[in-house]
Design a protein around this ligand. Structure first.
Ligand SMILES: Cc1ncc(COP(=O)(O)O)c(C=O)c1O
Length: 355
């Protein structure tokens, strides 16, 4: 039986990429050490790193105004690292569209002044908020491009006159995006472009001048710019996995092709949810996530049963996040239409049996 994995992250990899990673750790030709067993400063790894940064820059379509960094610590570390560097003595403004924005706000609040300038909490994060007044000393406006738990996504970045800082954890490289319009962005690889361990950070170069000089070097973005993201030992195998994912994206035809596939998968699943009286999703249509589709059974008592029976039918990872309950299917780059069709068939069959 085929197993379809709908995990929200770490998420599935394309079969081809998984095979390449397995090969990369397997017995090498002539007893050569694997890529995970060589110095990050040696020629083999340095060539890989060069290709990885070049591919990232090309896919993101950013020029010399921006630095791209590969860091450790996930998005959670960026929640604090970013305000420490760029919002000292200034206000970090936030747009809240769900759980992750709230977490980013709470962490920034431990470091600097914060202000919520728009929140859709009142409508249970089922829509995008209006943008309110920005304080005069706003360092940046932070928004969550795609709220992974609530299933709410900005189609395009908010239009404002202050630097934009985006948590793109669950949509990075899932579609063409105006990265050059952003002052700052961050995303872990474990959803759309690799395995857990590496976090990409985009930072507009002029902002480096704002960084205070009293930070520990590790927590100063300039230290990572100066060392080509090798301030300390990188997560070498995660870098390699990201490279294989970027090569895969290119073989698929680039971000436009990946985006078209992502849209088709999401459209098929939302159509199944909306076409039924048994399931529902309350997010306003104009901001529904293409990556994470939360859905609920009207009779919530059936949710646990759905998860169990789906698992038996080879559909895994469908339990909703504990913060929201219900069900959730994640449709990142590696997800297949075949998996979505299997899920839709299962949903319809489950409804026939229990509806
Ligand atoms: C939008 C968003 N932000 C932040 C995070 C946290 O990421 P990490 O576990 O890499 O710190 C996640 C993880 O699911 C996420 O989806």
């Amino acid at each position: 039986m085929a197993i379809h994995n709908f995990s929200a992250g770490p998420a599935m990899l394309p079969v081809e990429v998984r095979e390449r990673l397995a090969e990369a750790l397997g017995p090498g030709e002539g007893g050569l050490p694997s890529i995970a067993e060589v110095s990050h400063r040696g020629p083999r790894f340095m060539a890989l790193a060069e290709e990885l940064f070049a591919r990232l820059r090309e896919l993101m379509d950013v020029g010399e105004d921006h630095e791209i960094l590969l860091l450790h610590g996930g998005a959670n570390l960026q929640f604090a690292w970013l305000p420490m560097n760029l919002a000292r003595e200034r206000t970090a403004a936030f747009l809240l569209t769900g759980h992750w924005g709230e977490k980013a706000l709470a962490e920034a609040g431990r470091v600097t002044r914060t202000q919520v300038v728009g929140s859709s909490a009142e409508v249970d994060f089922t829509d995008l908020p209006e943008l309110g007044h920005l304080p005069a000393d706003t360092a940046y406006l932070h928004y969550t491009g795609n709220e992974t738990i609530h299933g709410v996504q900005y189609v395009s970045p908010p239009q404002v006159g202050v630097p934009l800082a985006a948590d793109l954890s669950s949509e990075f490289l899932s579609r063409p995006y105006p990265y050059r319009d952003l002052a700052f962005a961050y995303a872990g690889a474990q959803k759309n472009f690799g395995i857990a361990g590496v976090t990409v950070v985009l930072i507009r170069r002029d902002l480096l001048e704002r960084i205070p000089d009293d930070l520990p070097r590790y927590l100063d973005y300039r230290a990572w710019v100066e060392t080509g993201s090798m301030f300390n030992t990188p997560v070498t195998f995660a870098w390699y996995a990201a490279l294989e994912m970027l090569r895969w994206i290119e073989r698929r035809g680039g971000l436009a092709a990946v985006a078209a596939a992502n849209e088709a998968k999401a459209a098929a699943l939302y159509a199944a949810v909306d076409g039924s009286r048994f399931y529902h999703n309350a997010v306003a249509e104009h901001c529904r996530s293409l990556m994470n589709v939360p859905f609920f059974i009207h009779d919530d008592a059936l949710t646990a049963r759905f998860v169990e029976e789906a698992e038996q039918a080879g559909l895994s990872g469908l339990k909703g996040h504990r913060a929201l309950g219900g069900l959730r299917a994640s449709l990142y780059n590696a997800q297949t239409m075949d998996a979505v069709e299997s899920l839709v068939d299962f949903m319809q069959e489950f409804e026939r049996r229990h509806g």
